[in-house]
Design a protein around this ligand. Structure first.
Ligand code: ZN
Length: 341
């Protein structure tokens, strides 16, 4: 990356009200058929545009073409029954009705490649595409076929790798895997989580990112965060493993979280996407606040490896708030960039 402190969002942006009900996670589409296809494509164009106007350096699709960051990918696979749903506990935190694995999982066609080509056509800047990570995928499903979380994770890792390679061929520069489950299932992370993630990223020339967060700003997550005490040390479990992994970049929460900033030292040598924008609050950060967060991490990450970002996706926010937060992110990074040069 030629720019110092390249800015980017974690992934999702609010969708326009004509596409789905605003300020609501996973809200159903308001269009269907050809109108839905066109509406998704228009929303993707708008998402790229708002990031460009805000001055961000790496552009994402704002996840405008997916209803849910995990299930939209799974919907395109065979071996999963979406009619026969079960209620399971997600990340040990909240119950959700999820699809069931009933046979061998296969990806018979690409999921996001056409969308990625559409984003590629929008901008000459580097583009980033997010996929769910294997562990977070199995945590959002009921399994009646494999009988082993690890076995199913390896299967998903293979399918994710196929998709990631096609995204790379479509011109995606950075491929991100969302693994919030890494903040919950520490034994699994150690035993097979990082290995299956590396399998998903195997052979890619694109830069690779793993995003690990404390979740969207929804009630189940804010209630959970309230039980975590004054210091959130969950990253202490995964960071040393990721530091030794083949993944290039780790995306983490920082601003307004109780994560001790010195834990970032555990990633020394990796690129770090630092969340300088709180996605659980409607208050717009000032550029100076963003700059203060970035300065606070500089003792623990080399400046040429620091990517200013958001804590998580912004899908549940109002559109003008998400836009103003992106503008603040770009302006805050610019302050620190000037100080460093
Ligand atoms: Zn997140």
């Amino acid at each position: 990356m030629s720019t110092l402190l390249p800015t980017t969002i974690v992934g999702s942006l609010p969708k326009p009200a004509w596409l789905s009900e605003p300020e609501k996670l996973w809200s159903p589409w308001r269009l269907d058929g050809a109108e839905l296809a066109e509406g998704k494509r228009d929303a993707l164009t708008l998402a790229a545009d708002v990031q460009r106007h805000a001055g961000l350096d790496i552009v994402s699709d704002g996840e405008q073409t997916r209803q849910h960051f995990v299930t939209t990918f799974i919907e395109h696979l065979t071996g999963v029954d979406f009619e026969n749903r079960e209620t399971v506990r997600i990340r040990d935190r909240y119950d959700a009705s999820v699809p069931t694995v009933i046979g061998p999982v296969r990806r018979e066609k690409s999921v996001f490649v056409e969308d990625a080509k559409a984003l590629r056509a929008q901008t000459d800047k580097p583009i980033k595409w997010a996929l769910p990570g294997p562990m977070t995928m199995i945590d959002t499903l009921a399994d009646k076929y494999y009988g082993s979380r690890e076995k199913l994770a390896w299967e998903f890792a293979t399918l994710l790798n196929q998709e990631a390679k096609e995204l790379e061929a479509a011109g995606v520069d950075i491929i991100q895997f969302d693994e919030p489950a890494f903040n919950v299932f520490f034994d699994d992370v150690r035993e097979w989580g990082v290995k299956t993630l590396e399998r998903a990223a195997e052979g890619l020339h694109a830069e690779t990112v793993v995003h690990i967060c404390y979740g969207y700003g929804i009630k189940a997550n804010t209630d959970w965060k309230a039980t975590l005490g004054s210091e959130w040390r969950q990253y202490e479990e995964s960071f040393p493993l990721l530091q030794k992994s083949t993944i290039d970049t780790v995306s983490l929460e920082a601003h307004h979280s109780h994560v001790p900033v010195e834990l970032i030292e555990l990633l020394r040598g990796k690129n770090v996407m630092v969340g300088a924008i709180d996605v659980a609050s409607n208050d717009i950060e000032t550029p100076e606040e963003v700059a203060a967060t970035l300065r606070s991490v500089l003792p623990y990450v080399d400046a040429d490896k620091l990517f200013p970002s958001t804590n998580c996706g912004m899908a549940p926010l109002a559109r003008d708030i998400a836009r103003d937060k992106m503008i603040a992110l770009a302006a805050g990074a610019e302050i620190v960039r000037a100080e460093l040069s």
